[in-house]
Design a binder for this molecule. Structure first.
Ligand SMILES: [Zn+2]
Length: 292
């Protein structure tokens, strides 16, 4: 997860208005069945570099045509909120949901189907007190202290201040002794979205680490240096790059401890090789069945 920066000097509302001047001006009302947010899905795809806001997985296809791959996700559920996963301790947001935020753009982000439909669902774990009806997002944030993190703009903590990466494995950045809530929040977010277990994320991060390491080795090469330096610069500075949070953490490691960075590259190579063997296994079994 990485902070999704807004264009300099612009609010999320400004960006929406530029894309579709009538969407907010018309005071769209959610009738409980329609999905008016689909009309501005492309704005979030563009802001997020066509990546899921929670897991940074690259979303395939164009946002308008691909309803199988991605959704506009309501950070605070618009309907009933489920008590359950992720609380610190066991608490949840409003039992009847946050219907008044159904058309509030500061409650939107683009998310993959796994993060949205399979994992987040209607969960909204909080560590503070349940928010009051019709409260604004800043007031709700102050009162509820959400466990999950809203990464667009500066409404919430920068994800990179909470979650660090050891190679392609996400870990809490802050110790329990330093800040118990920040530590618990990071641990819960990592567990909630399966960031340390999901094969699609782990594979993407492992591939990116190897790619960055190779680019770093070639950064002074007379022929490849220009393109690799440009790639490394984008990895460092642009949140829209593939698995940007993991990549940036790895770049920091390369700069401070190249020996450990090499160890992490070997781990990534080993993980990808094991994955390849896993997928080749059915073929081998199939072949072996033909032998009399
Ligand atoms: Zn996702």
């Amino acid at each position: 997860m990485i902070r999704i920066c807004l264009p300099s000097g612009k609010s999320l509302e400004d960006v929406i208005d530029e894309f579709n001047p009538s969407w907010r001006a018309d005071n769209v009302v959610w009738d409980g069945a329609s999905s008016p947010w689909s009309d501005i899905k492309e704005v979030f795809a563009s802001l997020q570099g066509c990546k899921c806001a929670y897991c940074e997985r690259v979303l395939q296809g164009t946002p308008s045509e691909n309803k199988v791959e991605s959704d506009i996700e309501h950070f605070r559920p618009k309907k009933k909120t489920v008590v359950g996963r992720g609380e610190i301790p066991a608490k949840s947001g409003r039992a009847d949901g946050y219907a008044w935020l159904a058309t509030n753009v500061a409650n939107y982000l683009l998310s993959c189907k796994t993060c949205n439909s399979s994992l987040k669902k209607n969960f909204f774990p909080i560590s503070g007190s349940v928010g009051l009806k019709n409260q604004s997002v800043p007031k709700l944030n102050a009162r509820e202290k959400p466990v999950l993190l809203y990464p667009i703009g500066e409404f919430d903590t920068d994800p990179e201040d909470l979650i660090d990466w050891e190679g392609f494995t996400p870990v809490a950045k802050i110790s329990v002794a330093t800040d118990a809530f920040a530590n618990a929040r990071a641990e819960r977010i990592i567990a909630f979205f399966g960031l340390a277990q999901r094969q699609d994320i782990q594979r993407g991060c492992a591939e990116q680490i190897i790619k960055v390491w190779r680019a770093f080795q070639l950064r002074n090469d007379p022929e490849e240096g220009l393109s690799t330096s440009d790639f490394l610069r984008r990895c460092q500075s642009e949140h829209t790059e593939v698995h940007a949070a993991c990549t940036r953490a790895f770049l920091r490691l390369v700069a401070t401890d190249s020996h450990q960075a090499r160890i992490e590259v070997r781990k990534a190579e080993k993980y990808l090789a094991e994955l390849k063997n896993l997928y080749q296994l059915p073929k081998k079994l199939k072949r072996s069945r033909k032998i009399p």
